[in-house]
Design a protein. Structure first.
Length: 168
């Protein structure tokens, strides 16, 4: 299984989700799952993740090895699951999808959060916001990643994605 996390610029949310996923997957013993990240825009291609995102992530014990990349339609061939951070990222990914199979790989991270009774929550972009926005971002990502790891372990990840697709 290959997962790609996607946000706008690939310097705040998607590298954070990638780092959280990498650790949580290792803790769960899910060695067959690989994770990468990208952005829908080319603003930060080749750049390291945002310093505030890295600082908060490292405070929580996460490791960052990624550099900014832009999501390309061919990335659908390299990913089994494309995890968008918000509805705008999701819409951009749907527009890039070449086939129904590509579209079927797209799901918002919030679909795996513990409480979706009020709908699927976006992970807000903390770029340009104070440090506490990055703390809140990690709290939200960790909750949803725990749900994603549970769905991977239980074999229900595609079921969750399908339910999410039906609500788009």
């Amino acid at each position: 299984m290959r997962i790609m996390t996607v946000c706008l610029g690939n310097i705040c949310r998607s590298p954070a989700a990638e780092a959280v996923l990498v650790r949580r997957l290792a803790e769960a013993g899910l060695d067959h799952v690989s994770v990468s990240s990208a952005g829908t825009a080319d603003y930060h291609v080749g750049e390291r993740p945002h310093p505030t995102s890295v600082a908060e992530g490292e405070r929580r014990g996460y490791v960052f090895s990624t550099r900014g990349a832009q999501f390309e339609p061919e990335d659908f061939d390299r990913a089994d699951l494309v995890v968008a951070m918000d509805s705008s990222n999701e819409a951009e990914l749907v527009a890039l999808a070449r086939t129904p199979q590509d579209r079927s790989k797209i799901v918002r991270l919030g679909a795996f959060a513990p409480d979706t009774t009020d709908g699927i929550l976006d992970v807000p972009d903390p770029w340009g916001e104070p440090d506490h926005a990055y703390v809140a971002m990690y709290d939200q990502i960790e909750d949803a990643v725990d749900g994603l790891v549970r769905a991977l372990r239980d074999g229900t990840v595609h079921e969750v994605a399908a339910v999410h697709r039906d609500t788009r």
